[in-house]
Write a protein that binds this ligand. Structure first.
Ligand code: M6R
Length: 358
């Protein structure tokens, strides 16, 4: 798992390689099997997946709606397959799966295709069932992912959604300048991820300080809300520490009752339009005695006196790209907590790398 976390800069580079067209400020994704006319006719996008791939799909919904202005939803494959889904015209479906063998996602794909849907795969494993049975798709090219806890597949899957949102956006309302800004930001992400990986030692120390806690909350908003969910999943599956991922805004509707000195909260604090809202959510936790670990942009002064610990991430020009930088410290934190507790990180109990049964 550690090796795969550290492979992320290279994996993202591979996912982007040959797919960005700076001259046209757009992306090229060869395997879609769709003409520009087909792409233009897309009126909505529906994504289905499981686990970490589902959270990557959630990030995808934010991107497709904000960058491409195409309505987009995501649904757990295990739910979709049994609820007699309605397949609408001019709708593009994505099945997202690292392994390409997850039974729920594969059966959801088959159910959608049986009803006449066009389903594209976003897979890592070349020639896997979902890659073979889909109507086209995009390989994430993150290289073999062996550890049960998915890490580099997540950042590679969202890379594909940034590219696809850029492609659809540039066929619609996205200007040349805006497309170029997105393309350039995506190209610097591997370097920014490397900068976070270089903080390995301090994140390890932080994990040592917190690994004995029994419950954690992971809180984010907007495009970082799925990252909070992913952070909680990582911690649960390899360290067996109970963790809940929530929208920071939602805690007042229930989870805030969990807050006390024994329940630390991870807050994801990007410097985007939601920052002030997140900080106000932090204050609510602080005033109830909860410990706070913030993942925040370098030089963010407003957290002093609120956060107990801060993991700093580099500042980005475009706030939409923070999921890449927010997720890496959470992966490392989960990894080092698990090591601290003596867990078998690569073979966590009760889990298999790919879930090929119901
Ligand atoms: O191979 P897939 O992406 O379809 O797998 C989906 C989930 O089983 C997977 O992401 C699982 O949640 C991981 N153990 C998460 O780390």
């Amino acid at each position: 798992m550690e090796k795969e976390i550290f492979e992320q800069p290279e994996a993202i580079k591979r996912g982007v390689s040959g797919r960005i067209d700076l001259e046209q400020a757009t992306a090229h994704l060869g395997g879609l099997n769709m003409s520009n006319r087909d792409l233009l006719n897309i009126e909505r996008v529906r994504i289905t997946a499981a686990g970490t791939s589902y959270y990557a799909g959630m990030v995808g919904t934010y991107l497709l709606e904000s960058v491409a202005r195409v309505p987009c939803t995501v649904e757990l494959a295990s739910e979709l397959r049994y609820r007699n889904p309605i397949v609408e015209r001019n709708t593009l479906h994505f099945a997202v799966s690292q392994s390409g063998e997850t039974a729920d996602t594969l059966y959801a794909l088959r159910e959608l295709q049986r009803k006449g849907a066009t389903v594209l795969g976003i897979c890592n494993v070349v020639g896997s069932s979902i890659a073979r049975e889909s109507d086209g798709g995009v390989y994430i090219h993150s290289g073999p992912e062996i550890a049960v806890a998915s890490t580099k597949a997540f950042t590679s899957q969202i890379t594909v959604f940034y590219l696809f949102a850029m492609l659809l956006g540039r066929m619609r309302h996205l200007s040349y300048e805006a497309g170029l800004e997105l393309a350039r930001e995506l190209q610097v992400i591997p370097t920014r991820v490397e900068q976070i990986l270089a903080k390995q030692k301090s994140i390890k120390e932080l994990a040592g300080k917190y690994a004995h806690y029994k419950n954690f909350l992971f809180l984010g908003r907007g495009i970082n809300y799925p990252v909070a969910m992913e952070g909680a999943l990582k911690l649960k599956e390899i360290s067996y520490i109970h963790a809940e991922g929530y929208s920071a805004a939602e805690i007042k509707h229930g989870p805030i009752a969990l807050i006390n000195e024994e329940t630390p909260s991870f807050f994801l604090v990007p410097d985007d339009g939601l920052k002030e809202k997140v900080i106000s959510n932090m204050k609510e936790v602080k005033s109830r005695g909860g410990k706070i670990i913030a993942v925040a942009v370098e030089g963010e002064n407003s957290l002093k006196g609120i956060a107990d610990d801060i993991i700093e991430i580099p500042k980005l020009k475009n706030g939409l790209f923070y999921p890449f930088l927010m997720v890496v410290p959470l992966q490392l934190f989960a990894y080092y907590c698990a090591l601290d507790l003596g867990r078998d990180v690569d073979h966590p109990r009760n889990l298999a790398k790919s879930v090929t049964v119901e």
